[in-house]
Design a protein around this ligand. Structure first.
Ligand code: PXP
Length: 237
C-alpha cells in the first residue's frame, strides 16, 4: 500500500501569517525522506494554502510521485499542463467549504469533465477522479476513461457508530473491487487518521492512501518524520 502525504496544511499554517515559513516544499522533502511514496497538494482557486510557487518548486524537487488536486477549471488545466505533475486528481471545489466536502458528480457532469481529462491525458498526466463510493460514479469514471479513482472516505471516517462504519467500509471495498475490475487504479482518502486507517488499508484493491490533516497535526507533537513513519507502518501492515 502506497502512502501519499498531503502537505496543504503546512501551507495553511504559513498563510496564517502570510509569510514564508513553514514551507510545504521543505515538508515534502522531509516526507519523502521519511518514506512517503508520494506528495499531494491541492491548488485551490482562492489559493488559501498552496501557492503557485509551491507547486512549481515541488515539481522540481519531488522525486517520488507528485499528485496535484484541482477543480476542473480552465485556469487549473493550463497550470497543470505547464507544471506537469505525475497525476492530477479532479475534485469539486466550493469557496465557502473548509475542505473538499463530497466527491465529483462524474455521472452528471461527464460532458464538462471529458475535455478536461483529454487535455490532461494528452500531456501524459495520469488522471484520477475523486468520487463517492457509489456504483453510478465508478461506472461513469470508467466510461469517461479515467486512469484512477480516489474513493472519498469521509463518510467512513465520520461514522458515529460501528454499524455505520462497517457499512461504509463495505461500500468502499465493493466500489474498489468494481473499479479494479473495470481496469482503473484505486486510491482512497479524506479524514483518515491513526485510528481509522487500518481497515481501509486492508482493502486489497486499494493501491494508495492519500492522507494530510492527521499526519500534519500529529507532526506538531512528534515531528514530521515520526508522524509519517508511524502512518506508513499502519498502512503497510
Ligand atoms: N484526498 C482528497 C481528494 C482531498 O481533497 C483531501 C483533502 O485535501 C485528502 C485526500 C486528504 O484528506 P485529509 O486531509 O482529511 O487527510
Amino acid at each position: 500500500m502506497r502512502l501519499s502525504v498531503n502537505v496543504d496544511h503546512i501551507a495553511t499554517l504559513r498563510q496564517a501569517r502570510r509569510g514564508d515559513e513553514p514551507d510545504p516544499v521543505a515538508g515534502a522533502l522531509l516526507a519523502e525522506m521519511a518514506g512517503a511514496d508520494g506528495v499531494i497538494v491541492h491548488l485551490r482557486e482562492d489559493r488559501r494554502h498552496i501557492q503557485d510557487r509551491d507547486l512549481k518548486l515541488l515539481r522540481q524537487v519531488v522525486k517520488t510521485h507528485l499528485n496535484m488536486e484541482m477543480a476542473p477549471t480552465e485556469e487549473m488545466v493550463s497550470i497543470a499542463q505547464e507544471v506537469g505533475p505525475d497525476m492530477v486528481t479532479l475534485v469539486p471545489e466550493r469557496r465557502e467549504e473548509l475542505t473538499t466536502e463530497g466527491g465529483l458528480d462524474v455521472a452528471g457532469k461527464a460532458h464538462l469533465l471529458s475535455p478536461v481529462l483529454r487535455a490532461l491525458q494528452g500531456r501524459g498526466i495520469v488522471v484520477s477522479l475523486f468520487i463517492d463510493p457509489v456504483p453510478d460514479q465508478v461506472k461513469a469514471a470508467s466510461k469517461l476513461g479515467a486512469d484512477f479513482i480516489e474513493l472519498h472516505t469521509g463518510k467512513y471516517a465520520e461514522a458515529e457508530d460501528t454499524a455505520t462504519e462497517l457499512h461504509e467500509l463495505e461500500k468502499l471495498e465493493e466500489m474498489a473491487n468494481m473499479a479494479h475490475k473495470l481496469g482503473m487504479g484505486v486510491g482512497a482518502g479524506h479524514g483518515l487518521n491513526y485510528r481509522n486507517v487500518r481497515n481501509v488499508a486492508q482493502i486489497e484493491a486499494v493501491e494508495e492512501l492519500n492522507i494530510g490533516f492527521s499526519i500534519i497535526g500529529r507532526a506538531l507533537f512528534v515531528g514530521l518524520e515520526r508522524a509519517i513513519k508511524e502512518m506508513k507502518e499502519l498502512v503497510s501492515k
